[in-house]
Design a protein around this ligand. Structure first.
Ligand code: HEM
Length: 256
């Protein structure tokens, strides 16, 4: 008699995939709302970015949870694909697309594209690997000086003009405006969040199904919720590169 192995069970993998997907969607909603503060100007956006960076251990806990969620999400999706294929030993000669939609069939491809673009995004805005100059973008803040003076900013002595704050923080606003001022970077990000939208429209719907939330009245409603989350996040995220690239948001601040 063979022992039950949860790792080979479709339902176990689906539940892990739904739970990790839910964590990632919650992060994305928070990240999107946070990003929209770019429309409130340099001070508000940098105060928010600086606050996130100053949370220390909490930030690392969130990063760890996100990393583990992404890994488990990828592993379970591959496992489900494998379990699904091995359930059809000879493979289908004619592919039947009955009941599957363009969204559901494209999940693995949109997932791969999102993963690769998310790696680029981290190298671009978080680790500054693709653009090391972003690390030097600073904004003075805090109590303002009456006259120009030399100020010790954590070991580095810098000249601060009259009327500027005596502390320095990373100018995340300048990083976002400079990044999206280049049309090809904006296009990459718009495509990134477009694929994310397509992925989420189907993913959120199937997450609800895995959680057992289905029925003749609730299913159509949850389908609308999935569309709102997927396309809502697309509109929210893409509004930032569009505002900078097409409408020149923030460019005047840096003479771009
Ligand atoms: C146009 C859309 C986006 C913009 C403008 C944007 C902006 C940013 C910025 C400015 C940071 C760095 C914050 C800092 O270190 O000061 C950041 C970090 C991050 N973003 Fe995005 N983001 C976008 C879309 C996305 C998407 C779609 C994902 C996920 C699929 C994502 C995942 C992350 C992650 C995981 C971090 C790292 C958080 C950390 O550990 O510090 N972002 N984003």
């Amino acid at each position: 008699m063979s022992k039950f192995n949860p790792f080979n069970s479709t339902i176990f993998n689906k539940v892990v995939m739904a739970a990790t997907g839910a964590i990632l969607v919650l992060f994305l909603i928070g990240h999107c709302v946070g990003n929209l503060q770019v429309f409130l100007g340099r001070d508000v956006f940098n105060t928010y970015a600086h606050f996130l960076q100053s949370t220390g251990e909490l930030l690392w806990i969130v990063r760890l949870v996100l990393l583990v969620s992404v890994l488990l999400h990828v592993i379970t999706s591959l496992k489900l694909k494998f379990l699904n294929n091995s359930a059809k030993p000879e493979g289908y000669r004619v592919k039947s697309y009955v009941k599957s939609t363009l969204y559901s069939r494209s999940m693995i491809y949109t997932g791969i594209v999102i993963f690769l673009l998310a790696v680029y995004h981290l190298l671009h805005f978080t680790a500054h690997v693709t653009n090391p100059e972003y690390a030097d973008f600073e904004q003075p803040y805090g109590p303002k000086l009456q006259t120009e003076a030399l100020v010790d900013m954590g070991g580095e002595v810098v000249s601060v003009s009259a009327g500027e704050g005596i502390f320095q923080r990373h100018d995340a606003y300048q990083m976002v405006i400079t990044g999206f001022s280049k049309w090809y970077i904006s296009v990459v990000y718009i495509l990134f969040v477009f694929f994310l939208g397509i992925h989420l429209v189907h993913a959120v719907q199937s997450m609800f199904q895995t959680l057992g939330w289905s029925g003749t009245t609730i299913s159509p409603l949850l389908k609308i919720v999935s569309q709102v989350i997927g396309w809502g996040l697309f509109v929210g995220f893409s509004s930032v590169p569009i505002a900078v690239w097409i409408f020149g948001l923030g460019k005047g601040v840096y003479g771009l």
